[in-house]
Design a protein around this ligand. Structure first.
Ligand SMILES: Nc1ncnc2c1ncn2[C@@H]1O[C@H](COP(=O)(O)OP(=O)(O)OP(=O)(O)O)[C@@H](O)[C@H]1O
Length: 135
């Protein structure tokens, strides 16, 4: 195990207050954006979908579905990133069958969410685009 309790690393404790916790959470969002290419792709797609939604004038119910998909995608990518990093930390980048299992299953959660999001997006956007094209 790479985690040696005797090595000279800074010790960590509990965050002192709510503001500290929010600060760490924002730092986590920045890290996910900076380090994860897929996270940047998801955020870029989310911006495109929001622009398309504004152009096609979605109603409240449609925005709820689109919002759900955007947040599910971002949350799944964050959870996937957590598992990737934990596996890398525990295995120190060496092959381990359980490491493979954890990473593959975490990636499956992202893929399933992406399929669901594409399905919802198609259901909402395609009829509107079709209407514009035939008029
Ligand atoms: N320590 C490990 N032990 C066993 N298999 C691993 C290990 N690390 C990675 N793998 C295998 O390689 C695949 C790719 O790993 P990687 O860490 O690049 O994740 P990724 O899904 O490609 O990352 P990202 O989502 O950032 O593109 C994993 O899905 C897994 O099958």
């Amino acid at each position: 195990m790479p985690m040696d309790s005797n090595d000279k690393k800074p010790s960590v404790g509990k965050s002192k207050n709510l503001l500290n916790s929010i600060e760490f959470a924002i730092s986590g969002i920045k890290t996910a954006y900076k380090d994860e290419r897929n996270m940047r792709i998801h955020m870029f797609c989310a911006v495109l979908v929001i622009i398309l939604g504004l152009v096609l004038d979605l109603d409240r119910f449609e925005w709820l579905w689109i919002g759900l998909c955007i947040f599910l995608m971002l949350i799944m990518e964050i959870i996937n990133t957590i598992f990737e990093n934990v596996v890398n930390m525990v295995t120190n980048h060496h092959f381990h069958p359980l490491g493979k299992k954890v990473k593959d299953v975490a990636a499956a959660a992202v893929l399933i969410t992406a399929i669901f999001s594409v399905f919802v997006g198609a259901l909402i956007f395609l009829p509107k685009i079709y209407q514009i094209m035939i008029h």
